[in-house]
Design a protein around this ligand. Structure first.
Ligand code: SF4
Length: 372
């Protein structure tokens, strides 16, 4: 097994088994984990407590009990999180952070059925004014105080500033990884790319950075060769379940960049420099762009993706439309106009974490590749 394969196999194993990652962390540090629901949260405050921030993005699960608490038109991520909550999957978490960017999430804290205490918070949507920063500082102070109380710890400014540096370093390395994958799609297929990115949700970011840095160095020892398949940019909330990526791989589709909320949107905006960590974190939210969940009247997302396509010489965009996700559905017609103006081929597929069959998607992807 090559060094590249060994590192990827390790990250893949972590990405597929968050419970083990949590148990290993506990055995090593004596501390547990804090769950972070989609899409954005000031994870650095959690990291500063010594607990492991762990992503809670649902998974493949047959839905039955969740239907009692959520309408049938709630998105599939929240359906699966609710089902797992009821089954006690998240009961070991010391706390859970829930943001409120959409109608489904707004009431999710009240509906939480797990045993872990919930900290729900709000992101300002009028983000261009200074009042946004003032508001976010207050929201983040509440998170900090609640975490201190629940976990019985003191969170210092120094610890949060230190966490910010660790996270910014991870963000920079992950952006580098994404660009390296675009150069070496014959080495990193869509499944491996996703696993490396997903593992960061369940790992100490400092360790993840170290492994990905090593991975990049190993990949870059290889020669850059022309790719024989098609190159695409993905956009949407997530590109799961894994069977979807299997379909891409089957048709030699390489993911050369993404604008997925679960992937690069998590690391494309650094926390700016400064001394007050709460102000720094607040300003990061103000600096976020091209995301359906961060209101921007200029709607730059379509052009942002067009630029990604041009930068990486991609053949097309695949829109992974999360079933029943209003914010993503509202962005779609605007993005479509931008793609059509730029003459960029695109395909919209519906994402449902509970999908048992990929046949319809497989046929559509196959025709799309033939058309390209
Ligand atoms: S996928 Fe969309 S609807 Fe579901 S929680 Fe995320 S933003 Fe809300």
């Amino acid at each position: 097994m090559s060094k590249v394969d060994t590192i990827i196999a390790e990250l893949e194993a972590i990405s597929k088994n968050p419970k083990k990652a949590m148990d290993d962390f506990k055995a090593k540090t004596g501390k547990g984990a804090v769950g972070v629901l989609p899409v954005y949260a000031p994870e650095e405050i959690v990291y500063a407590t010594g607990y492991l921030p762990i992503g809670v993005w649902g998974g493949k699960k047959q839905i039955s009990k969740a239907a009692t608490y959520l309408p049938a038109f709630a998105c599939s991520i929240m359906q699966s999180i609710m089902e797992m909550e009821i089954d006690g999957v998240y009961d070991e978490l010391a706390a859970v952070l829930i943001s409120s960017p959409c109608d489904t999430l707004k009431c999710f804290g009240q509906k939480w059925k797990g045993k872990s205490p919930v900290i729900q918070f709000v992101h300002s949507q009028n983000r261009n004014i200074e009042a946004s920063n003032t508001f976010m500082v207050e929201e983040y102070k509440v998170i900090r105080e609640k975490l201190e109380k629940i976990l019985g710890v003191t969170i210092t400014d120094e610890a949060i500033n230190n966490a910010i540096e660790i996270y910014n370093e991870n963000r920079a390395v992950m952006r580098m990884f994404s660009d390296v994958v675009a150069m070496y799609p014959q080495i990193i297929d869509p499944i491996k790319r996703h696993a490396v990115i997903k593992a960061r949700q369940f790992m100490d970011k400092a360790e993840h950075t170290k492994m990905v840095r090593e991975l990049i160095a190993e990949i870059m020892k290889e020669a850059v060769v022309p790719y024989k398949g098609k190159k695409i940019v993905l956009t949407g909330i997530m590109a799961e379940p894994d069977e979807l990526l299997d379909v891409f791989k089957e048709f030699d589709i390489a993911v050369v960049a993404d604008d997925l909320a679960q992937e690069t949107r998590q690391f494309r905006t650094d926390v700016p420099a400064g001394t007050d960590p709460m102000e720094r974190l607040a300003k990061q939210w103000q600096n976020m762009t091209a995301c359906s969940l961060a209101t921007d009247r200029d709607k730059p997302r379509g052009q942002f993706i067009v630029d990604l396509v041009k930068k990486h010489g991609a053949d097309a965009v695949i829109i992974c439309m999360m079933k029943f996700c209003d914010p993503e559905e509202y962005d779609y017609p605007i993005m479509l106009e931008d793609f059509e103006k730029a003459n960029i081929k695109n395909l919209k597929i519906e994402i449902d974490q509970q999908s048992v069959s990929m046949e319809q998607i497989r046929t559509r992807v196959q025709s799309f590749v033939e058309m390209m």
